[in-house]
Design a protein around this ligand. Structure first.
Ligand SMILES: Nc1ncnc2c1ncn2[C@@H]1O[C@H](COP(=O)(O)OP(=O)(O)O)[C@@H](O)[C@H]1O
Ligand SMILES: [Mg+2]
Length: 133
């Protein structure tokens, strides 16, 4: 399915909608260039599921762990560092990954979300792997 958003707020709202379709053990890969809106979309998911208001970007932290969610950004992560992350409880959490293509052979997303930048405010967001029924 494909959705167009016209603001960060709309993309976050889509994240809130998506949160109802994501389950423990799911790996959700979010693809898109820098500034596409990956963190914005994930922010909606985390706010809805965790009930928190502050959702920082893990670009520098690499991993931020919540009660039910692990949010990671693999953009700056080196190969050696990936192995020392100690990712051993992934099936206990919802895993939300920015730049999953960096380590595709280890983290295979069940749900794929691709964000395409059309202009400053317009994004086309393609979602695969969610049963909308
Ligand atoms: N439709 C939109 N959806 C998401 N972000 C948008 C949109 N329009 C403008 N933006 C802006 O684009 C930026 C997206 O940043 P961010 O979510 O951190 O991107 P990424 O995590 O992909 O690098 C924010 O500054 C946001 O306000
Ligand atoms: Mg980001």
């Amino acid at each position: 399915m494909k959705i167009t958003t016209l603001s960060a707020q709309q993309t976050e709202a889509l994240g809130i909608r998506l949160s109802k379709k994501i389950k423990k053990g799911n790996i959700v890969g979010v693809y898109g260039e820098l500034g596409a809106g990956k963190t914005t979309l994930i922010r909606g998911i985390i706010k809805a599921i965790e009930g928190v208001n502050l959702v920082p970007s893990p670009t520098f932290n690499i991993i931020i762990e919540y009660e039910q969610i692990i949010h990671m950004d693999l953009y700056r992560l080196g190969e050696e560092d990936f192995y020392s992350l100690g990712l051993d409880n992934l099936e206990e959490k919802i895993v939300l990954v920015e730049w999953p293509e960096r380590f595709h052979y280890f983290l295979i997303p069940d749900i794929k979300i691709r964000i395409y930048v059309e202009n400053e405010v317009k994004r086309v967001i393609e979602i695969d792997g969610i049963p909308w029924n």
